[in-house]
Design a protein around this ligand. Structure first.
Ligand SMILES: Nc1nc2c(ncn2[C@@H]2O[C@H](COP(=O)(O)OP(=O)(O)OP(=O)(O)O)[C@@H](O)[C@H]2O)c(=O)[nH]1
Length: 343
């Protein structure tokens, strides 16, 4: 009992999702005497579900990836029938791997929107009822704690990540791309390297919505826009309400074309949506690639410059900072001089 409480105490001291996941996996590895525990995130793409391993505990030690670095290369869920059954039925699935002489248990990590991930516990024997209860208890603790973290990091109107968490999140991304691990370097072949991109989304003529229909309807537009964002982007993309009627999306994608497609799909979804009472609302989007040497104001500044061009050119459109620069439509942003004046 003391043993279990010590794990609970150690898990709940973290405010970082990846440390929380590593804590849950390590606790189960020890408590149910597993050979291996893995945590997979489920990525939902148009072509189906993919699994990305983000945490591993085994005889070889503990490895985990932060929320903002890629885990293992994603594999289609169909290549792992027990995982597929677990994701689709949202139920615990067990498989006897005769060749490996082990029992593989898959626990779904259920959230409101579906199955967020799968916890895989590999043991020499099937888990008994006590061990199953322990695993389910720790998963419950993990889910509840995630909800608490979400609550403190979310904007109350839209449920998106709030401005406070934005700097923290971008800081982590910059830290990861500036210091790639050996695994990252191996994975970063030209054909599968992924870059991070930041897009600023701004509702067009939002003042008119407020003036014509009142603030409550304005708030309703922001709420619905956030919902369209969640539906348009993938689970692993990070969505923020930056302030007022401005939103930020941080995406990981291999090419500019891929980012453009995702943002254009969202822009069209907003344009096509019939907002109750108000009718048609559009949004303009400016975006840029995040580079290792960037500071947060530089990234946001570039996306804002591109957004300005999108607004000037008639709104309801995308603009990419790097493309505008290459076409000579804008000039390079002035770097902050670095001189700090204190008052
Ligand atoms: N309802 C509501 N309105 C907000 C909120 N935050 C900011 N606003 C309003 O959003 C409006 C933003 O207006 P502007 O920045 O002038 O821009 P715009 O009218 O959207 O025009 P463009 O961006 O140039 O297309 C202002 O009227 C703000 O009062 C909010 O949380 N709720």
């Amino acid at each position: 009992m003391i043993h279990v409480l010590k794990h609970v105490e150690s898990i709940t001291q973290h405010r970082d999702r990846s440390l929380l996941e590593a804590g849950v996996a390590s606790a189960l590895f020890e408590l149910v005497k597993a050979k291996e525990v893995n945590l997979y995130k489920v990525q939902s793409e148009e072509s189906g579900h993919f699994l990305e391993r983000v945490t591993h505990v085994g005889q070889d030690g503990l490895r985990f990836n932060s929320e903002f670095e890629p885990g293992s290369d994603p594999v289609p869920v169909s290549t792992r029938p027990e995982m597929q059954a677990c994701v689709e039925a949202a139920q615990i699935v067990r498989r006897h791997d005769e060749a490996g002489g082990v029992f593989v248990h898959c626990f779904p990590i259920r959230v409101e929107r579906g199955v967020l991930g799968v916890l895989e516990v590999i043991c020499a024997a099937p888990l008994d009822d006590d061990d199953l209860g322990t695993a389910e208890g720790f998963l419950g603790l993990y889910r509840n704690y995630l909800n608490l973290l979400d609550y403190s990091e979310r904007d109350t109107l839209t449920g998106l990540r709030n401005r406070k968490t934005f700097d923290e999140n971008i800081g982590k991304i910059l830290g990861n791309i500036a210091r790639p691990t050996d695994d990252d370097k191996r994975r970063r072949r030209p054909e599968d390297s992924h870059q991070h991109w930041l897009a600023v989304v701004d509702v067009d003529h939002f003042k008119r919505v407020n003036d014509q229909f009142g603030h409550l309807y304005g708030d309703e537009v922001l709420l619905l826009l956030a919902r369209i964002m969640r539906q348009s982007f993938r689970q692993q993309d990070k969505l923020f309400r930056f302030g007022g009627e401005e939103f930020v999306v941080v995406l990981r994608a291999a090419t500019e074309a891929e980012v453009h497609r995702a943002l254009e799909r969202f822009r069209r979804a907003v344009e096509d949506y019939n907002f109750p009472q108000i009718g048609r609302v559009t949004a303009s989007i400016g975006y840029t690639m995040i580079k290792p040497e960037d500071t947060i104001p530089e990234i946001v500044g570039r996306a804002d410059d591109a957004l300005y061009v999108a607004k000037e050119n008639g709104r309801n459109q995308l603009a990419n900072y790097e493309a505008l620069l290459a076409e000579g439509m804008i000039s390079v942003r002035e770097q902050p001089s670095g001189d700090i004046e204190l008052f």
